[in-house]
Design a protein around this ligand. Structure first.
Ligand SMILES: CC(=O)N[C@H]1[C@@H](OP(=O)(O)OP(=O)(O)OC[C@H]2O[C@@H](n3ccc(=O)[nH]c3=O)[C@H](O)[C@@H]2O)O[C@H](CO)[C@@H](O)[C@@H]1O
Ligand SMILES: C=C(OP(=O)(O)O)C(=O)O
Length: 427
């Protein structure tokens, strides 16, 4: 298994091209199920999760054609055609590898009148139930049965009717499933307390481009008037605000300056506002966002929250950066119950961090030293990369497959801005 090796202590400087967003790609891909016509998605990041989603869709009968050489590890265009859906079952073997597989449930139910998807189960960062996905689909008229580890959803008259649902807590995935189901229902649906993440806006924009009728885009109240059918289109995945935020933390911890080319300032505000409080200089340019460290970092207090709050997907990377800030920082994780898996590994690199339930105190500044480390999830792994970039000596991050789920060409991008980093086989 590969590992990532870093010789720390290099100041990062230069441009980093931000890739298409993983979390957007994973909800745009299942939209192919909503139409017989071809859907072409551009700026798709070259990531393990995108490949896995493609394989899942292939299993259901969707053909996928990738433009350009398959070997190239860069963003690509994929044309997906679901003119002959051969199966409505997403098997356990695929769903367990990638939780986002649950996002085929809504669109397949809407198009085919039935859909059977393995229950995803928990994962490293928490229980992650799907009860809200199911309740929202029931509100649109679906019958739901749970048996043998699978959820079987069906539309009694072959087509969903539409309906209203108010989410008791904000859920990105449940909002996405409900949206993709409601667009083909026979009537009007309203979603209250819907997620407002930029990835939801990206999904709405694609659905509208396919012929859907959605009002309230960007708000927590979405009104969807179902249509008879959707058509294909050509659409580009939005830039990855979490990838951009992760590299911003890499600039901060190394005292460097990075221009995050292609990132969109308006989607980055939750992150850039927090980074500005640490003393980082933030500049919105015509190409993206430039983040520069001109002074020692200041400690801060931050809670994660649904958009427009500070994203849980940025918490681990921010924590790594705060290990070198001049004083005590306070973090609170409000979204997932077990999202501090990076803490024991950061401690092994010299960090001093106390965790009390959902709160963490980061005692800075502490000199970080290189070590062999591993993490059990994507963002935890990235926090170790960020710590390794500032640590004295060598860091080896094991279980690189977590990083490959969410960071396209990580080592190429970081070495191009001055890091000494490489991927090694057999780690
Ligand atoms: C592929 C993708 O886009 N993943 C993102 C998505 O995950 P995901 O869509 O799984 O996360 P949710 O927004 O649904 O989860 C938010 C909270 O709601 C809870 N919940 C969710 C659904 C449900 O049916 N019942 C329930 O209780 C979850 O356990 C969690 O505590 O949003 C998360 C929160 O921004 C991000 O960390 C993930 O990177
Ligand atoms: C938790 C994440 O992703 P997923 O929902 O795909 O596990 C993430 O991107 O940080």
């Amino acid at each position: 298994m590969d590992s990532i090796w870093i010789q720390g202590g290099k100041r990062l400087s230069g441009d980093i091209q931000i890739s298409g967003a993983k979390n957007s790609a994973l909800t745009l891909l299942p939209c192919a199920l909503l139409t017989e016509e071809a859907l072409t998605l551009g700026n798709l990041p070259r990531l393990a999760d995108v490949d896995s989603f493609g394989h899942l869709l292939n299993e259901l009968g969707v053909t996928t054609k990738v433009a350009g050489a398959r070997r190239e590890r860069v963003s690509r265009r994929m044309t997906l055609t679901a003119d002959d859906i051969v199966s409505t079952v997403a098997p356990y073997d695929m769903v367990r590898k990638m939780r986002a597989s649950i996002l085929v449930l809504g669109p397949m139910l809407a198009r085919m009148g039935e859909s059977t998807v393995s229950l995803p189960g928990g994962c490293a960062i928490g229980d992650r139930p799907i009860d809200l996905h199911l309740k929202a689909l029931e509100a649109l008229g679906a019958d739901i049965e749970l048996a043998a580890g699978y959820v079987k959803a069906s539309a009694p008259k072959g087509r969903l009717e539409g309906g209203d649902y108010s989410f008791p807590v904000v859920s990105v995935g449940a909002t996405e499933n409900a949206l993709m189901a409601a667009v083909l229902a026979s009537g009007r649906s309203q979603l209250f307390n819907a997620a407002r993440e930029p990835e939801i806006i990206d999904l709405c924009n694609l659905l509208v481009a396919m012929g859907a009728r959605i009002e309230g885009i960007g708000s927590g109240h979405l009104i969807i008037d179902g249509v008879e059918g959707l058509h294909g289109c050509d659409y580009d995945v939005m830039p990855d605000r979490i990838e951009a935020g992760s590299y911003a933390c890499a600039a901060g911890i190394t005292g460097g300056s990075l221009h995050l080319v292609g990132s969109r300032p308006e989607e980055m505000l939750a992150t850039t506002n927090v980074l500005a409080q640490t003393g980082l200089a933030i500049e919105f340019t015509d190409k993206g966002v430039r983040v520069s460290a001109h002074q020692p970092l200041k400690p801060i207090a931050v809670s994660t929250a649904p958009f427009p709050g500070f994203a849980t997907d940025m918490q681990a990377q921010l924590m790594a950066m705060l290990c070198v800030a001049e004083g005590q920082s306070f973090l609170e994780e409000t979204i997932f119950e077990n999202r501090y898996m990076h803490v024991p590994e950061l401690r092994r690199m010299g960090a001093e961090i106390d965790v009390h339930g959902r709160s963490a105190i980061v005692h800075g500044p502490r000199p970080l030293t290189g070590a062999q480390v591993m993490a059990t999830d994507l963002r935890a792994s990235m926090s170790l990369i960020i710590a390794g970039l500032a640590a004295e000596g060598e860091t080896e991050v094991l279980r690189v497959y977590h990083l490959d789920r969410g960071y396209e060409r990580l080592e190429d991008k970081l070495s191009a801005v001055g890091a000494t980093i490489e991927r090694r086989g057999g780690g």
